[in-house]
Ligand binder design. Structure first.
Ligand SMILES: Cc1cc2nc3c(=O)[nH]c(=O)nc-3n(C[C@H](O)[C@H](O)[C@H](O)COP(=O)(O)OP(=O)(O)OC[C@H]3O[C@@H](n4cnc5c(N)ncnc54)[C@H](O)[C@@H]3O)c2cc1C
Length: 313
């Protein structure tokens, strides 16, 4: 029987009291302005206090953010407080290029890497064609990276099926091939229907996949942008989500409150289903993810045994 809201919250309270807290990770995209760079730095400072498993930085599908992704990863890694995980894509790149980027990361001490095909130029929805002399799909990129260094390789998974896949079964087989090629862990595309993740997780187990499939959580603040991206990526937006944000276009603060509430409900529902790892799409801002983590029981590293934060000296 499904647990009610009070029981779920009681369980979280018990977990916090017994120091059973989920593992979290955070995703950023590279800054393209100085002010965004400052925002990212502040956000990372705040979120690293939650002792995340890693902080990842995305990569422009066509390599357009190569330097900026590298610089962001180098500066996170240099902090020495959290593992940095760069994303890497196949689009428009020769195998040699990818190998030299991977070498640079390895020399920097990077051991986790996210291997992706990437979207074609023109974004999600445009037609993809493999680059001559490159890796055609993420599976082959995983194979290449695994042969090159002892990376811990992460890959993408799609609870609602990747839009280019001929069928959900094909897409799940593709995920299995990525694990067989050497990936350890998958992170999912964001979703709002908890059932779709749970069904996907069950189907993966039936296919013989026993690697972790970490849900990607997107706290939403801008419904119009979300609608555009979700359409191109074939992600279902439930009616209730639209209703929750209706009429709030000019009220960003209220949208933040609604966004936090929705994301908190989502992670609590997943936690009730035994999910213990969460990957957050931060959109380069800390506040929402910090609030959601707090609700999940993920607290600052210097929180004492009474779950109160130690006063700053
Ligand atoms: C957590 C996460 C992080 C992401 N980060 C980035 C990022 O940093 N930069 C970026 O550009 N994009 C990123 N993306 C988006 C991703 O690049 C796109 O969704 C892309 O379209 C697919 O990448 P993939 O690695 O899943 O591809 P793949 O696993 O290669 O699959 C792509 C499609 O091709 C199909 N396929 C696989 N093999 C074959 C084959 N041999 N023949 C025919 N079809 C095949 C699959 O079923 C699927 O439909 C991210 C996505 C997720 C979920």
């Amino acid at each position: 029987m499904a647990l009610g809201a009070h029981e779920l919250r009681d369980r979280i309270h018990t977990n916090i009291t017994n120091s059973i807290t989920p593992k979290v990770s955070f995703e950023f995209f590279p800054a393209n302005t100085e002010s965004m760079e400052k925002t990212i730095r502040r956000s990372i400072e705040k979120l690293e206090s939650l002792n995340p498993e890693f902080i990842s930085v995305t990569y422009g599908a066509d390599g357009s953010t190569r330097e900026r992704t590298f610089d962001a990863i180098a500066s996170i890694q240099a902090r020495g407080t959290v593992d940095a995980m760069p994303h890497l894509t196949c689009v428009g790149a020769q195998k040699d290029d990818i190998a030299s980027i991977a070498d640079e990361y390895y020399e920097l001490g990077i051991r986790k890497i996210m291997a992706l095909r990437g979207d074609p130029q023109g974004g999600a929805g445009a037609t993809y064609a493999p680059t001559e002399g490159g890796f055609p799909y993420a599976e082959q990129l995983v194979e290449g990276l695994a042969a090159q260094h002892d990376f811990d390789i992460y890959v993408a998974a799609y609870p609602e099926t990747h839009p280019d896949a001929p069928s959900p079964h094909f897409d799940l087989q593709n995920l299995k091939r990525k694990f067989d090629a050497g990936a350890s862990t998958a992170i999912t595309q964001y979703f709002f229907n908890t059932e779709s993740y749970l069904r996907f997780r069950d189907a993966a187990v039936r296919m013989g996949i026993d690697n972790p499939i970490i849900p990607g959580i997107l706290p939403v603040t801008n419904f119009a942008t979300l609608q555009r991206f979700s359409k191109a990526s074939s992600i279902t937006l439930p009616k209730w989500l639209e209703t929750a944000f209706a009429g709030l276009d000019a009220e960003p603060e209220t949208r933040q409150l609604i966004a936090a509430n929705i994301a908190i409900e989502q992670v609590i529902a997943l936690q009730a289903e035994g999910v213990n790892d969460f990957h957050f799409y931060t959109l380069n801002r800390a506040e929402l993810c910090y609030a959601v983590c707090h609700a999940l029981g993920v607290r600052r590293a210097n929180t004492n045994e009474n779950n109160t934060v130690e006063a700053a000296a």
